[in-house]
Design a binder for this molecule. Structure first.
Ligand code: PLP
Length: 385
């Protein structure tokens, strides 16, 4: 079996499995906010985990807020930044057309509350058009409430110029939310060096437990709580903490740091796979190919052969891929990310996403190459559209 849907959800990584099994056997379990000794032990373990996450991500310990994942972090930042920005004459939200629906839906929500929602164009190479962003920041000076552009795209894997955007936002005093969900755990990320105001991620994308996540805020005091609860997480995120889950975040991030060198080989193997499949089928298109991509994502289309048919063929060989992101998988149409890149339906309907992680064996690409070759040969005879 080859699991090639890491961008959808990574399997729980080996270090986390080992840690978690021991942790469940040995305890302690208690409310981290309790004043007794067991509570203090649990709190100490959780705070040590926070310190480890902060270290790997280049943030200050006090800037790391634990939560349930990226969707929650994104919603909290939108809510915190936009609850009163209109009163200060800031009425514009800028995002890109390749953002995850968690960002797009928040933008639409606030559009209904009176904000103007502007969508930054994306170039055909999958990179957002930074020149337009520069123009907009001067054209709408003093009126932009929030800019939200992701660090790496979930479908193409294309890495965006997030540091440049962060500096642009910083110079113009515009809050910058960067969705780092698909970058963290695949490439080095340093919050301090990036100059981002808010970064979000989900544990299940890098081998920690599902339902855990991190919001990093340059100035956490500017955040207001979505869940008021009993003042946990310094009043920023109420409710008794999912301390076991948060411990797995630290273990998974440490595992990434320890194994990050493996991505070099994985990237080389991916490029070899891509060039071999193109040799065999010259009509194949690899989306975002010419851009800097995270090391282990390939978004590939055979025009005329439906992506879902390819996915089913691969699944019959026990290889699990998706056609686009998990959220839009049920729609056999060109994804909004590809539409934003100006990709035609001929190509867009043919895509499958192959995404691996640092724990994946390199030979996975050899097996995928052979299975994909068989699928294209078989389906090419009965083109599906
Ligand atoms: N942002 C990106 C880029 C994602 O890929 C995802 C998940 O697919 C999310 C946000 C939302 O993550 P979650 O569903 O874990 O909250």
């Amino acid at each position: 079996m080859i699991y090639a849907d890491y961008n959808g959800s990574a399997p729980i990584c080996e270090d986390v499995k080992e840690y978690f099994i021991n942790r469940l056997q040995e305890g302690p379990f208690a409310n981290p906010n309790a004043i007794h000794r067991l509570g203090t032990k649990v709190l100490t373990a959780m705070e040590n985990s926070r310190a480890m996450c902060a270290k790997v991500l280049g943030a200050k310990y006090t800037q790391v807020i634990f939560n349930s994942g990226a969707s929650e972090g994104i919603t909290q930042v939108f809510h915190s930044v936009l609850e009163s920005a209109l009163d200060d004459g800031k009425n514009i939200i800028i995002t890109s057309g390749i953002e995850h629906s968690a960002i797009i839906n928040c933008s639409r929500y606030y559009e209904n509350k009176g904000y103007t929602y502007k969508v930054l164009p994306t170039l055909s190479n999958g990179v957002v058009d930074i020149k337009t962003l520069i123009d907009w920041t001067s054209e709408f000076r003093g009126r932009i409430a929030l800019i939200s552009v992701m660090a790496a795209n979930n479908e193409t894997g294309v890495v965006q110029p997030y540091k440049e955007i962060a500096n642009l936002c910083h110079e113009s005093a515009i809050p910058y939310l960067c969705d780092t969900t698909q970058l963290i755990g695949k490439e080095e990320f340093n919050f301090k060096d990036s100059n981002i105001d808010y970064a979000v991620t989900s544990g299940h994308k890098f081998g920690a437990l599902t339902g855990t996540g991190i919001l990093i805020a340059k100035h956490p005091a500017k955040l207001s709580a979505l869940v008021i609860g009993g003042g946990q997480e310094k009043g920023i995120r109420g409710g008794t903490q999912n301390y076991l889950g948060y411990e797995t975040l630290a273990v998974a991030l440490n595992s990434f740091q320890k194994n990050s060198h493996k991505y070099k080989d994985l990237k080389a193997k991916k490029l070899e796979f891509e060039s071999k499949i193109k040799e065999r089928f010259p009509q194949v298109v690899i989306l975002g190919e010419e851009s800097h991509r995270v090391p282990s994502t390939t978004y590939i289309a055979f025009p005329g052969i439906h992506g879902q048919a390819v996915q089913i063929e691969l699944e019959s060989s026990d290889i699990f891929v998706t056609t686009s992101s998990a959220c839009s998988d049920n729609e056999p149409v060109t994804s909004k990310v590809l539409k934003a890149m100006g990709v035609t339906d001929e190509v867009g309907r043919g895509v499958v996403r192959i995404s691996l992680g640092h724990c994946s064996p390199l030979e996975s690409y050899d097996e995928i190459l052979e299975a994909l070759t068989k699928a294209y040969e078989k389906l090419g005879k009965i083109k599906s559209y």
